[in-house]
Write a protein that binds this ligand. Structure first.
Ligand code: PHE
Ligand code: ZN
Length: 873
């Protein structure tokens, strides 16, 4: 890494040139690929007058260059590691450029690369510049034509965006010609060539057009595409019904690849997916993975409008497409499955991952104002917090106005590259609301904290809530302003929700308080008894709530609240108080009694409850979340407290857990929502029971492991055994049997890796070292890195935070190695070390030391940015 350049939003300038047409020819050869490009370039009438053209280009071998057929000589252009400058260009011209690239040597998985034999591309965000010289920025939108040429008989499948114009053989070469009629930025370009099989189906759109749907995989996976296809059709219908958005090409293709840095990519008409987000079969795929497939299929499909038809002006606007699309996929999932559970899952990610990011050295606003490497900004803040911001807008407007506002957005900006402000302006235009203060959600980093206090005046029958808001400083942003926060609430009395009267107006039993100021007091009238407030219903804003609940009040909400999220949240609070007392060395007897009593009631009554919700309510708050509640957390105390509470609950709830497990056994067959919910509850119960050192429960798990025919139950049994400290040889045998059975299914082998490195007891670092040497491990495959290294560092709190600090240094060493091949993956694996500031000095010092050891090395831009920011702040 020679120099680091920082890119600033404030420096944005419109492009000086535009590319009307892009004509690409790929000649695929064993060992290298030649790319011929013909770009029809015109000066941007809206920009300053420049007489030289600066194109992006990295790691390219230039073979020839011409303008309007006139070859250019060395004096006509200049090349640096990042750019090519062509001097004195005319107003309008065709630039012809030949470059050579080496896909087989591309281990960064950005640009054109090979994944188990097939060729594929990944161009977002700035990968296209590794294919050819180009204006590789999202506000340059062009019409693409692509010709792929390969030796006849080498590849059955040769794909690019749009429609196939011709597919011919000439002089021993196969030549396939594609054309995408929609203008798009280069990051949406895609090419695939390989020997693949294809599942086909059709979809007829709301206006009656027939669309050909294709999912391409390697032959061995041909039986695992049916669910993805069904999900795709559901997503297409949902987007028509919910947003009025219809698909626009005659063909929609999905390709599954093994080696992929992310989940999937929305290339126009040719989505490329990580196999983990598209393949699914009940025997080899868990329910959670099925749901992920449905969600990601939806996500990438929805990008066709929110991202492709309307794209981002610059990468600072990334959340314009990602926040909106995550909100869309989240609503899609909620409509297809349990809405309450989906909301809980989303809130959980925001709380235990996004809040942590927001409190650390990498904190950034939903619309950042600077970056060194844009790849580092595909974060939970851009995606998940961005989605919460859109959700708040949707709730502020209400369904009818929100729909009109998105209609306006899609029609006003179709075919353009725009900003987050453009999106919000559509919301303002339709609703007439002033959203200027709301826009701070885009520019201000950090998590707002709401401190809420209340008082009840029995004589006046008045109840008042006082809300104070405060956002802690984040790196580079010390002054924070008050935000517009929609706080949805209800008040519970002894017999249920109370009517809400504010300023003489009856608001029903649930209302949104618009919090605008640093401090606000709201008075409720005609309140006949001192109520329990139900706060932040439906997780109405991504904020932290501080309100001093009494245990009995929490129990009341857990049992009675009509809002699923609030029931779960009240349970989390009860568990949190019990855990924090234990962590702080205080007595938590009263909390434990209350917890056991409440859980007994819920489990005994499970038939009358939303089973999926009940399953969520059994989960203790994560260690990461607990750590985030402290200025300086002691990881050992946190892990111990959590394990002990798990054991205590298991012992005291034994009959109820076992009863639940047994009575639900006849409801767990099939792929439908009720069966999935029953499985999730049974498997949580089983995991609890295995915390008890009792052969009966081990046998139960072993029996489940050997007898079931679906991956959810088989893997849950395996996990319960492997994670139980006393399961000894039974667990070892199960692990071996599992590997024997599934060694030919890469995705299942990844689960086998993951279950071992997340084991909450013993010397797991040793296990990690052994697995890194296992024949099935491959350090070039991102899914394997995630299954072993990321799973260990992110999901094994106790072992990662071992007092010796060995695991910290292990991670740093791995990252240094991975960085040589795949900088994006290396930078992403760093996240757990960036949280050093959360922990007591003993740990913080060792974590910093590991980071410092990295900073001594030659680093990619990606890793450099994360390491340097972490050590600075
Ligand atoms: N744009 C992709 C998505 O969110 C994510 C992605 C980013 C994939 C960068 C690859 C590279 O759907
Ligand atoms: Zn996306």
């Amino acid at each position: 890494m020679s120099t680091t350049t920082v890119t600033y939003l404030a420096d944005y300038r419109a492009p000086e040139f535009l590319i009307e047409k892009t004509h690409l020819t790929f000649k695929l050869h064993e060992g290298y690929t030649d790319v011929n490009s013909q770009l029809t370039i015109v000066r941007n009438p809206h920009s300053t007058h420049a007489d030289h053209l600066v194109l992006h280009g990295e790691q390219l071998e230039l073979l020839s260059l011409a303008i309007d057929e006139r070859p250019l000589g060395v004096g006509d252009y200049q090349i640096t590691p990042q750019n090519m400058t062509v001097h004195n260009v005319p107003e309008r011209f065709v630039l012809q450029c030949k470059t050579r690239i080496y896909p087989e040597k591309n281990t960064a998985l950005e640009g054109l690369y090979r994944s188990s034999g097939m060729y594929c591309t990944q161009c977002e965000a700035e990968g296209f510049r590794k294919i050819t010289y180009y204006l590789d920025r999202p506000d340059v939108m062009s019409e693409f034509e692509t010709v792929i040429i390969a030796e006849e008989g080498t590849f059955s499948t040769m794909l690019s965006n749009g429609n196939c114009l011709s597919d011919t053989v000439h002089a021993g070469k196969r030549i396939v010609h594609w054309h995408d009629p929609f203008k798009k930025p280069s990051y949406l370009f895609a090419l695939v060539a390989g020997n693949l099989v294809c599942l086909e189906d059709h979809f007829s759109t709301q206006s009656g057009r027939q669309v050909l749907l294709q999912i391409y995989t390697e032959a061995k996976d041909s039986d695992k595409c049916y669910f993805a296809m069904r999900s795709l059709k559901k997503a297409m219908r949902w987007d028509e019904q919910t947003y009025g958005r219809e698909y626009d090409l005659d063909r929609f293709m999905i390709v599954a690849v093994d080696d992929f840095n992310m989940g999937a990519m929305e290339n126009k008409g040719l989505n490329i997916f990580n196999t983990s987000c598209v393949l699914a079969h009940p025997a080899s795929t868990t329910d959670a993975a099925f749901q992920r497939v449905e969600r990601v299929i939806g996500h990438e499909y929805f990008h066709n409008w929110s991202g492709n038809r309307i794209t981002c002006r610059d990468w600072f606007q990334l959340s314009l497409k990602e926040g909106l699309t995550v909100y869309r996929d989240s609503e899609f999932s909620a409509d297809m499955n349990s809405r309450a559970v989906k909301r809980i899952e989303d809130a959980n990610v925001i709380r235990s991952v996004q809040f942590v990011e927001d409190a650390g050295p990498m904190a950034h606003p939903v619309r950042p104002d600077s970056y060194i490497e844009i790849s580092n900004f595909y974060t939970v803040t851009i995606y998940e917090k961005g989605a919460e911001v859109v959700r708040m807008l949707a709730n502020i407007l209400g369904p009818e106005q929100y729909r009109r506002a998105t209609d306006l957005y899609f029609s006003r900006f179709d075919g353009q590259a725009v900003t987050c402000d453009d999106f919000v302006q559509c919301m303002e235009a339709v609703s007439g609301k002033d959203l200027r203060q709301f826009c701070l959600w885009y520019s201000q980093a950090g998590t707002p904290q709401l401190h809420i206090s209340d008082s009840y005046d029995a004589a006046r029958q008045q109840y008042s809530l006082t809300v104070r808001q405060h956002t802690p400083a984040t790196p580079g942003q010390t002054e924070k302003q008050a935000l517009h926060i929609p706080l949805k609430i209800a008040l519970y009395g002894s017999k249920g929700a109370l009517a809400l009267v504010i300023d003489g107006q009856n608001k029903g039993t649930e209302t949104v308080l618009d919090i605008y100021q640093d401090q606000q007091t709201i008075i409720f009238e005609q309140v006949a008894e001192n109520p329990v407030p139900s706060l932040l219903r439906g997780f109405s804003a991504p904020v932290k709530i501080f309100y001093a609940y009494q245990l009995a009040q929490l129990q009341q909400l857990i049992l009675l609240d009509s809002d699923g999220f609030c029931r779960w949240d009240a349970m989390q609070s009860l568990m949190r108080i019990a855990l924090c007392n234990a962590i702080d060395g205080k007595d938590n007897h009263a909390e434990q009694i209350m917890l056991v009593d409440t859980l007994k009631q819920l489990l005994a009554d499970h038939v009358s409850m939303d089973v999926a919700l009940l399953a969520c309510m059994l989960d203790l708050p994560s260690e990461q979340y607990l750590a985030s509640l402290y200025d300086k957390a002691n990881p050992t105390a946190i892990s111990q407290a959590r394990t002990q509470l798990q054991q205590q609950l298991a012992i005291q709830l034994q009959p109820e857990l076992l009863g639940c497990y047994q009575t639900l056994q006849d409801k767990i067959q099939g792929l439908f929502a009720p069966a999935m919910a029953a499985r999730s509850l049974c498997n949580r119960a089983l995991a609890y029971l295995l915390h008890i050192n009792d052969a009966r429960y081990r046998n139960l798990a072993q029996q489940q492991f050997t007898q079931v025919n679906n991956m959810t139950d088989q893997f849950a049994a395996l996990r319960a055994l492997v994670h139980a400290e006393h399961a000894g040889s039974i667990a070892q045998e199960a692990l071996q049997a599992f590997y024997q059975q599934w060694q030919h299914e890469t995705l299942v082998v990844n689960m086998w890796f993951q279950v071992q490195v997340t084991r909450p007891w013993g010397n797991v670092l040793q296990v990690v070292h052994e697995l890194l040497n296992h024949t099935a491990f491959d350090a070039r495959n991102p899914n394997k890195l995630r299954a072993v290294i990321a799973a260990f560092a992110n999901q094994n709190f106790a072992s990662f935070h071992d007092r010796s600090g060995k695991a910290y240094q292990f991670l740093a060493d791995q990252i240094a190695d991975i960085d040589q091949r795949n900088p994006q993956m290396a930078a992403r694996l760093l996240t757990p070390l960036t949280h050093w500031h959360q922990f007591i000095d003993e740990h913080a010092i060792l974590m910093r030391k590991a980071l410092e050891s990295l900073s001594q090395r030659e680093l990619s831009k990606d890793v450099y940015e994360v390491v340097s920011k972490s050590l600075m702040n």
